[in-house]
Design a protein. Sequence first.
Length: 417
Amino acid sequence: MAEAKTKDPKSTYGILTDEGIAKLRERIGIQVNKPTPPHNYEVTWDGTRHFAFGYGDDNPLWCDKHYGDKTRWGGLIAPPNFLYTMGVSDAPPITPEVKAMMKGDPLAGLGSYQAQMEFEWWRPLRLGDQLKQRFALIGVQVNDKSGFAGRTVSEVNGYIYRNQDDELHAIQRGTWIRAERHASKEKKKEYDLPTPYTDAQLAEIDACYAAETLRGAETRYWEDVIEGEELQTIVRGPLRTSDLVVWHVGWGMQLTPPGAFRQSWKIRAKVPGLYTPNELNVPDTVQRLHWEKAWANELGIPIPYDYGGLRETFLTNICTNWMGDDGWLWKMSCQHRKFVYTGDTYWIKGKVRRKAQEEGRNEVHLDIWVENQHGTVVSPGNAVILLPTRDAPVELPKPAKENIDEMYAYEVERLKQ
């Protein structure tokens, strides 16, 4: 009788298997630490201003040190997405057995494609506030008949932030689609690349910049909102490499650990895979595909492109412009469906889908989206804003659970299928 052949584990590389999905699910709810330090350890006037200027927002609530003193907040607060720049990891230690189980990628070889980013904010960040952050896989959903690539897996990651008093500040949920690369390959297609702008097109962009207004201290009341009304369009762009430089000043590097020259060398010595030779054979960050055409071309991308996080700040920007000082951006969700290249222009638009009063909240539900100069929607999204009534100010929303461990357990349970 012939002996059974031992299965070669490499034979499943790049193949979506039930075994791989089961191993991925074993990681659900296990809180781990982000490997890099935050760009900002605490909220400062310089930090909030640099971050806001990086996406073209001069709202005095986060850019003027004293403007907030006369608002309901009693002082400066940070823009919603400032949490990108913060968060000292403080997940509890894991056992050697769990550490071994967390090693490697159960879906190794599969493509990973960002599909959606969601935010939920519960309280503001004020001057001097600090944040702690934990990360965990909170959901694994199998899609047997995905239009994207046949059978796929949605991997949902949750980042929960809490301040120095252990009060929960916000949650950020990101969904990535995992799919076999051969199934997700697109046929070769023409890209809608930017072309030189006419004087008339530049004048239209300039006119939109000039017309942009902030609701500010003029309170927008829930009673006055009309379903179907449009938000004032804002424009950002055409995107230049210098804009990305200013964006990084406020945002940090995020993908490549921070530090230049000797600091960069120390990181490269520790993690050489983060750096590849450029045209001069000099090791440089793999992140440079966002500003270096030659490296973008190496990876099959025609020219450098933007960051999804930048578009997310544009979408919160249109919300905060519209709601004014007395409103609260509670939830925002968006998808990134198309590349936006250097030279492209962002037109950020929105309208009121509905308004509702739920559990004491005066909610306005918005459809918001980003279009490029070709009129293509590159990032559709939605938001929920809480507005005051003439009888009462906004009451800040509460998280489903006040304790971080209970909150993670709640998120895991919510996403179960």
